[in-house]
Every structure is written in C-alpha cells, then in structure tokens.
Design a protein around this ligand. Sequence first.
Ligand SMILES: NC(=O)c1ccc[n+]([C@@H]2O[C@H](COP(=O)([O-])OP(=O)(O)OC[C@H]3O[C@@H](n4cnc5c(N)ncnc54)[C@H](OP(=O)(O)O)[C@@H]3O)[C@@H](O)[C@H]2O)c1
Length: 318
Amino acid sequence: MHCTGRAMSPETRNPGTALVAGAAGYLGSGIVRALKAQGWRVVGLVRDTAKADCVAALGATAIVADVRDAAAVAAAARSTDVLIHVAAGGDPYVAEGLREAESIRVLGARNLVRAAIAQHVPRVVVGSGYWVYADQPGIIREDSPVDPWGEALVNFHAELAAREETNSRGSPEVIIVRPGMVYGNGSWLRSVVDALRAGTYAVVADGTNPWSFVALDDAAAAFVRIAEAGTAGETYNVVDGRPAPWREFADHLADRLGVRRPASISVEEAARRYGAEVARHLAARRACTSQKLEQLGWKPRYADYRDGLIPVLASMTR
Ligand SMILES: NC(=O)c1ccc[n+]([C@@H]2O[C@H](COP(=O)([O-])OP(=O)(O)OC[C@H]3O[C@@H](n4cnc5c(N)ncnc54)[C@H](OP(=O)(O)O)[C@@H]3O)[C@@H](O)[C@H]2O)c1
C-alpha cells in the first residue's frame, strides 16, 4: 500500500506550502507530484523558464531562481512551511564540475536554512544519499559509519552545512534524507537500461555486494512523510527493505529486457573505465534499512525492486 500513515503520528503537520529546490529534477518532480497528491501547495524552484512550464504542469507555482542566490531563495521561501533541497548539478568527478556540484548542494543548503530563519519557516528537509555510508557488511542504520567520497561527499557536505546553519535554538528544524538507488524512468536506471540494451553494461567483480533500492514514487512519498512528521534533527534512510546483490539486480533487469546478462569486469578495469571513485562505489556493500522511517508510518508500495520495476519498464517503452 502506498504511504498513507498520516494518522499514525500525533505530530503530523497539516499540508501547507512546500518549497522544492530542484523541482524539475528526477527526484524533485516526483516530490512535487507526491506533495500535490497529499494536498500541499508547492512552490518549485527551477533554473530556467522551460523547466518552469514542466513544474507548473505538475500543479506547482514555479519560480525561476538559482538556489545559490540567497536573496532569491529568501524571497521564494516567504509564507512557506517547509523547504526541501534536492537541487543538484555538476560532475563531482572532475575539478570544475566538483566546484559547481559543491556550490549547488552546499551553498544551496546554507541558503535554504538562512531563508528559513529569515522567513520563519519551521523546517528544512535536505536530500542526500545512501552512498555516504562506508562500505560495510551487515545492515546499515542511520548511525552506521559513514565514509563519503565523490558525489556522496558533496551530499555529506550539504548535510553538515544545513546543520551548521541552524541557529542556537535549533531553528529551523533540519532533517536529512538518505535515499538508496531511486529507480524510475530516468536517472541512473535509464543509463543502465540503455547500456544493457547496447551490450556495454558490466558488473564490477562478482557483484555479490548488496545495494539498496527504492521506487521513485515511494522515495517521493517518504520526503512528504518526513516533511509532515519527521523528528527535528533526525536522519532517515529511504530504502525498500530488500537490499539485493548488484549482480542479481543487473541479471534480473537484463532478463526483463530480454537482453544478454552483463559480463563481469574487475575493480581495476572498472577504475580504468569509470574512475577509481566510481568503481569503489559500484563495488561497495550498502544494505540499508528504513526502520526509523517506517516508525513514521511510511511503507513502500514496492517492497521489492522486482515488483517495482514492472511499471517502470512498461513506462520506458512508451
Ligand atoms: N537519482 C537517484 O537515484 C538519487 C538517489 C539518492 C539521492 N539522490 C540525490 O538527490 C539529489 C537530486 O538528484 P536527482 O537525481 O533528482 O538529480 P537531477 O535530476 O539532476 O535534479 C536536480 C535538479 O536540480 C536543478 N538545479 C541544478 N542546479 C541548480 C541551481 N543552481 N539552482 C536551482 N536548481 C538547480 C536541476 O535543474 P536543471 O533541470 O535545469 O538541470 C535539476 O532539475 C542529488 O543530491 C542526488 O545525489 C539521487
């Protein structure tokens, strides 16, 4: 069943107005849809007017502004109840791109918290990712060891920056969200599907390392649930509850697409192809649990990627 646990927590806030930075993005547009479905008014921050039309089509009020522009963010935050940061950009694996990625994620996080202080917005929700966790055996909870690098380090810096910016009374409340691999029609899944079809996809090493997944709609519903009922200062993992070895996921996807299962390559070969930092991510073990989030009443509609992929793959052929 989809996330419908609204009555379970006495602290649940009524839908008000949410500002989403990155509203036209993969995660952001899903969050806008989920907020609208729960009765929220939504202000979507976008970078250009073309994207503004997409966001308006989702029922949100689009504002064209750069999340790094403090004054514009403060103006956009006026009369809102929660600010959600999923704006991202730049390639963190090349020097210039890393600077851009850091500025969008980190300065963006600071600007949102400063805007919340200036406009008396009580809550800021900062999207991050489960890649901040160290490669480790066993089940990963929010207090498990972290060891962020590459894109994960940028996200981790955004987490720290947002927490740093809250004032001494802990206001606004800052909540961090760490989704696993968010699968939907776009982002990394689209690239993997294209590469599998082209016969160029490869699994690193034996692929027994577990990854954690969550369907896009479920991840978006989690952001809404956290905006409404999350505990101040907390961090929440957002995963479907069935971590799976990467080889299993890739083979299943290939079977569903009716293409050849991918070959394996060594970590050294992956480092040559994708860079050492990406290769490390691909080979890392990150089996997460969302137990803390489930205590807020969130339940993924798709508790297993094998069910969740069915509608996603059907939508990709259209
Ligand atoms: N995708 C996943 O599976 C996943 C999983 C876990 C965590 N995350 C994290 O979630 C965040 C968002 O990821 P995503 O996949 O949704 O990325 P995305 O599709 O690239 O969306 C990012 C959005 O931010 C916008 N943006 C970029 N620079 C901006 C700026 N300066 N001011 C305002 N908006 C700006 C982009 O605008 P344009 O559309 O104009 O480029 C884009 O719409 C990232 O931190 C990512 O690491 C993603």
